[in-house]
Design a protein around this ligand. Structure first.
Ligand code: AMP
Ligand code: MN
Ligand code: MN
Ligand code: MN
Length: 307
């Protein structure tokens, strides 16, 4: 599609330039968003509504990366066929590393392995147990029936998360928006926060690789890690077979784009770009509305066959 557009714009002479020029041109001009959520996890749009929204905003390549669940991918792939965008099968796996929660995105998990499926089922079961503990904590602080309330906010009977509790607290008038709920109740150290053990980093990377996919450390700027610990994490991630890190993501500042582009180069990791879109109303970024990766950062998609 873009190829045709370029040819039309630049004429026959452009089409005769060496293929390398064309493919590098394509890499920088495609609108690529490799981190988004649907109602299968804590987004609000169905997978097909998400794909339609992305297509309307000019996205050429979209990854659906729901938390700990891949059951939205079939619908997304089908919708992508109809919309003409390229759908990348993804997932965002919850990980505990040195007492920190980290997120690892798996991209191109076209053949989810038995290990991945079993691992994600375990994480979802853990989420259900955690939800019971979150509700018990909130009850102690005078918020009743939040377990049933949060389940009502879910779009998938197999997956519950903190954002579903947050939406329930907004719907019941306790807080004005979900950000206030996290600030007052659900962030680390707040009344409704409960500690939880997710997958290990090793497991998450292994499950993704066993599915033929590439592991990408999500939104590294969101973790509370000093520069020494960040370096240990990136070194370990690369050793375990991690392929890249998110450089341009909805929650990074422009300074962080540059910092993580440098770190990616230093640790020989590729750079990824994704909005982390959840809802039309209160996402950091709308789907597909992201700047390009900084120069010198090799895109995770550099060797993908994109059209
Ligand atoms: P969970 O994986 O269930 O612990 O929930 C984590 C999710 O909560 C993230 O993926 C975000 O979607 C959402 N989240 C975390 N912090 C905030 C915040 N401050 N404001 C809004 N949403 C948040
Ligand atoms: Mn989320
Ligand atoms: Mn995340
Ligand atoms: Mn996410």
């Amino acid at each position: 599609m873009v190829f045709m557009g370029l040819c039309k714009q630049e004429g026959v002479i452009f089409a005769m330039i060496a293929p390398y020029v064309l493919s590098s041109e394509l890499m920088t001009t495609l609108n690529i968003d490799l981190h988004t959520h649907s109602c299968i996890s804590d987004g609000v749009l169905t997978p097909s509504q998400l794909v339609t929204r992305a297509a309307e905003r000019g996205v050429d390549v979209l990854a659906l990366t729901d938390h700990d669940d891949v059951s939205g991918l079939a619908q997304a792939v089908e919708a992508a066929h109809a919309s003409g965008l390229q759908l990348i099968s993804g997932v965002e796996i919850s990980v505990t590393w040195q007492s920190q929660t980290l997120h690892v995105v798996g991209l191109r998990i076209d053949s989810p392995s038995a290990e991945l499926m079993a691992g994600l089922a375990g994480l979802r079961a853990g989420r259900k147990d955690r939800a019971v503990r979150i509700a018990a904590q909130l009850q102690r602080f005078g918020i009743h029936d939040s377990l049933a309330g949060a389940w009502q906010q879910t779009g998938n009977p197999e997956l519950i998360g903190r954002l579903h509790f947050a939406r329930f607290l907004v719907a019941s008038g306790v807080c004005k928006d979900v950000h206030s709920v996290f600030k007052r109740y659900l962030s680390k150290g707040k009344p409704g926060y409960v500690a939880h053990e997710w997958a290990t980093l090793d497991e998450a990377v292994g499950w993704i690789r066993a599915s033929g996919g590439q592991a990408v450390l999500a939104h590294p700027g969101r973790y509370e890690l000093g520069s020494g610990k960040m370096a240990s994490l990136l070194g370990l991630f690369s050793e375990l077979g991690g392929a890249g890190i998110e450089v341009v993501t909805g929650s990074h500042t422009p300074d962080q784009y540059l910092r993580f582009a440098r770190l990616a180069q230093q640790f020989k990791l590729l750079g990824s770009r994704g909005s982390d879109f959840h809802t039309p109303e209160d996402s950091y970024r709308d789907v597909g509305r992201l700047p390009q990766l900084p120069a010198g950062c090799t895109p995770i998609w550099h060797d993908w066959a994109l059209n």
